[in-house]
Design a protein around this ligand. Sequence first.
Ligand SMILES: Nc1ncnc2c1ncn2[C@@H]1O[C@H](COP(=O)(O)OP(=O)(O)OP(=O)(O)O)[C@@H](O)[C@H]1O
Ligand SMILES: [Mg+2]
Length: 357
Amino acid sequence: MTGPLLQVTGLSKSYTSGGGLLRPGRRATVVDDVSFVIERGEAFGLVGESGSGKSTIGRLVLRLVEADAGSIVFDGIDVRATRSADLRRLRRRMQIVFQDPFSSLDPRVRIGESIAAPIRLHRLRSRDAVAGRVAELLALVGLSSEQASRYPHEFSGGQRQRIAIARALAVEPDLIVCDEPVSALDLSIQAQVVNLLADLRARLGVSYLFISHDMAVVRHLATRVGVLYAGRLVEVGPARRVFEDPRHPYTRMLLAASPVPVPHPGAARRIVLGEPPSPYEASQGCRFASRCPHAVPACLAAQPPLDAYGDEGRQAACIRAAELPTSEGARDDEALMSEAYRRRMTLLRDARGTRPA
Ligand SMILES: Nc1ncnc2c1ncn2[C@@H]1O[C@H](COP(=O)(O)OP(=O)(O)OP(=O)(O)O)[C@@H](O)[C@H]1O
Ligand SMILES: [Mg+2]
């Protein structure tokens, strides 16, 4: 099959809440006309503040939530039109890893069995070969086969996330949606798991839709990145270029505000920068204009489309994208980044290639 692995076009989702018998509810558009492509073997990062619609996009792609509009084409298959047995087959090829591995691992089931179950379900190995495959998967994520007989509570958070990854890999997926997979882990453990994911992509050719609010983690792992603001993509491009020379003022703001790395087990750190717009309020112009240091009256006239910028496959939804001061030469992108962000990048780089304890 040629063509991209995943092609999402014009994806939209809104929710209505607070309605009554005679009173219409208020409608919130949480994903608004989103289009992006994930090539085979690529790690596409999706960044944005809390509530920007990242998880909703992941769920829409996997059909855990139904879209209102738009198309999702996975390896040439129209995901939204797929039914029953075909949908089950499709789901094997698209897996998800959540922030909290506890929610996806049954506490009463030995982890070897958790990993073996989907292999049996999809008849991916003969009965005799299942145990060997489980051992292989455990080794792949840096665990030993002796650990197969243990229960989830006997592992650390980082180890549990490795188990969740092994289980996702058990069905040999083409795409893994990683929804904040390291946000709940200690910093040093985060770096190990991020590097494990990078390593697995290189070895197995698996693709990721990597959702995170952590710019440092995304810069480290993603080949391309999409920046989401209030349900809309405002910037897309090769991760290295977008982070070096962001073309949307919101991307700059996210980079400058990368959170301080305080280890905070059990809860994701969230970026909240001022007030994001309410999804209930329609606005005519750019939704970021009210917070944008570069806004001019024209920004309020119409919603800026996600236009091509330059010749590196970049896109930006800002009428002033080309005017923003460039970071080239002056390296003022470094100045844009918070100290915390730079420290995180160094930590991730240093942890590369180290094996887990
Ligand atoms: N089932 C639902 N019903 C109503 N509103 C919803 C529902 N699911 C999500 N939303 C709303 O959609 C918006 C986007 O939510 P989403 O979980 O996709 O954000 P996110 O970018 O993943 O945020 P976070 O970084 O906090 O995980 C939020 O305003 C949320 O309240
Ligand atoms: Mg989320």
